[in-house]
Design a binder for this molecule. Structure first.
Ligand SMILES: Cc1cc2nc3c(=O)[nH]c(=O)nc-3n(C[C@H](O)[C@H](O)[C@H](O)COP(=O)(O)OP(=O)(O)OC[C@H]3O[C@@H](n4cnc5c(N)ncnc54)[C@H](O)[C@@H]3O)c2cc1C
Length: 428
């Protein structure tokens, strides 16, 4: 077992290319760049991006992707029913040049659009009253209290609840991103630039952010906006699959479950350092939470009283729904028939009795009665990132290379940037 952390990519140009991603460790085995054949375990977004970026940089290396299921994409799926379209997991990308580069390189620029700037508002339901989230929300906590807890978080290993000492705000943030309570989520993982985790940028953050803004291909995203594909996120998986199929040095094997790094290395006659493990729960298994996702749609006249916006977070456990996302408000492309609106409901299993009727009656209470469509569109497992997660990762000994949302980041922008960084660690 070899202890390693990537220390190669820490220059100013790397910070300009990757921004705060540079704070996150790249869990690359030091012998990875000696590989002449690489096997990637997992055909989710992370595994596919790693295969693409490595294949592009090193056409001389043979790459095999092993996927245990009969289809690619992992948790990324897009549900359709007639003109209703809804993503089951991620529905949009937050701004990061790595993601914009991927979209451009895959030829998807025409279908990739900024979210509706008029639908940026987010609310938290506190005591049954929606409160609009803004920078001023932080003042609810009290500036001195906030300063004291943020300073303490710089010791590392704290929870988000310790770092943001307002239960409603910190719980809403964590439920919305990792489907967990703030006391159970590592602050270094979720908000590393606030806790000061990892390497420090070589120039002031504001200056760095300004410089990064000028590097976006396609279009420069406006503050507070996201961006999505006309046909939902599965469009990205389709394009990656097509690109990989067109490359001579890549083979994708579906219905191929790997059981260990050692077994993969032996079967493909490669050193363990040439295995990239992108399936969650192998390096640090902190457990998983489960969430079901529902689509619900109304005629516009039924939901006139619901403001245009991005969505509402609901930390109060008396409701089975933890978040309502205004799908048809925020995407530029059509997500429902003309004169209708589509919402996506997030239902954590910790607060749900498994009856669809309880979700429907809660939605009818929070939105409106008699929806035009109501459907459970999927159930997903989300990795748990307990306090200390990033510190544990930093100290890990690596038998192979580890990537994906199971280790370094929950958001797709982390995975896409990580794949670029991994490919760059290979010498030409
Ligand atoms: C409900 C929900 C909402 C989300 N919302 C957002 C969002 O708004 N913004 C955002 O940025 N991100 C969001 N995400 C997170 C985002 O979807 C994930 O970060 C990303 O899709 C994870 O990709 P991955 O490849 O790392 O993992 P996965 O998608 O889990 O892929 C892993 C793959 O490995 C395969 N596999 C597992 N074990 C083995 C094995 N032993 N052998 C072979 N193959 C194996 C699996 O079948 C799977 O295909 C959301 C996720 C969920 C569930």
């Amino acid at each position: 077992m070899i202890k390693s952390l990537d220390s190669r990519q820490k220059s100013k140009s790397d910070w300009l290319r990757y921004g705060d991603e540079m704070r996150r460790p790249l869990l690359v085995n030091p012998d990875f760049d000696k590989s002449n054949k690489i096997v990637i375990v997992g055909g989710g977004l992370s595994g596919l991006c790693c295969a693409y970026r490595i294949a592009e940089k090193r056409p001389d290396i043979e790459i095999v992707v092993l996927e245990k299921n009969s289809c690619l994409g992992g948790v990324i799926k897009t549900w359709r029913d007639g003109e209703w379209i809804c993503d089951v997991a991620v529905n949009a990308a937050r701004p990061h040049p790595s993601f914009w580069r991927l979209v451009q390189d895959l030829g998807l620029s025409d279908s990739f659009k900024s979210s509706n700037p008029k639908a940026k508002a987010r609310w938290i339901l506190i005591n049954d009253v929606p409160h609009k989230l803004s920078f001023l929300s932080l003042f609810k906590i009290g500036p001195f209290k906030l300063w004291r807890s943020v300073s303490k978080s710089r010791l590392g290993g704290q929870s988000v609840a310790d770092t943001i000492p307002n239960a409603e705000i910190s719980d809403a943030l964590c439920l919305g991103i990792v489907n967990d309570r703030a006391s159970n989520v590592d602050a270094d993982f979720l908000i590393p630039s606030i806790t000061g985790f990892g390497a420090r940028p070589p120039l002031p953050q504001i200056l760095l952010n300004r410089k990064i803004k000028s590097t976006y291909p396609i279009f420069t995203p406006k503050n507070g906006t996201l961006a999505s594909f006309s046909d939902g996120m599965s469009e990205l998986i389709r394009a990656l699959n097509e690109k990989l199929e067109s490359l001579d040095n890549v083979t994708i094997k579906l219905n191929s479950k790997a059981s260990s790094v050692d077994e993969v290395a032996r079967e493909f006659q490669i050193p363990q350092s040439s295995v990239v493990w992108s399936a969650p729960g192998k390096l640090i298994d902190g457990g998983k939470t489960e969430i079901s996702v529902f689509a619900i749609g109304y005629h516009k006249s039924q939901v006139n009283h619901i403001e245009l916006g991005y969505g509402t977070l609901i930390p109060d456990e008396k409701y089975p729904i933890s978040g309502i996302l205004h799908e048809s408000d925020c995407h530029r492309s059509k997500r429902c028939p003309e004169d209708y609106r589509l919402f996506r409901l997030m239902v954590p299993h910790t607060r749900w009795n498994q009856s669809n009727d309880s979700v429907l009656s809660c939605a009818e209470q929070l939105l409106a009665a008699k929806p035009a469509i109501f459907s459970c569109i999927g159930t997903q497992k989300i990795p748990t990132y307990k306090p200390g997660h990033m510190q544990n990762i930093k100290q890990t000994t690596l038998d192979c290379t580890y990537v994906g949302w199971g280790v370094s980041g929950v958001s797709i922008t982390h995975l896409v940037a990580e794949a670029e960084r991994l490919a760059e660690s290979l010498k030409v």
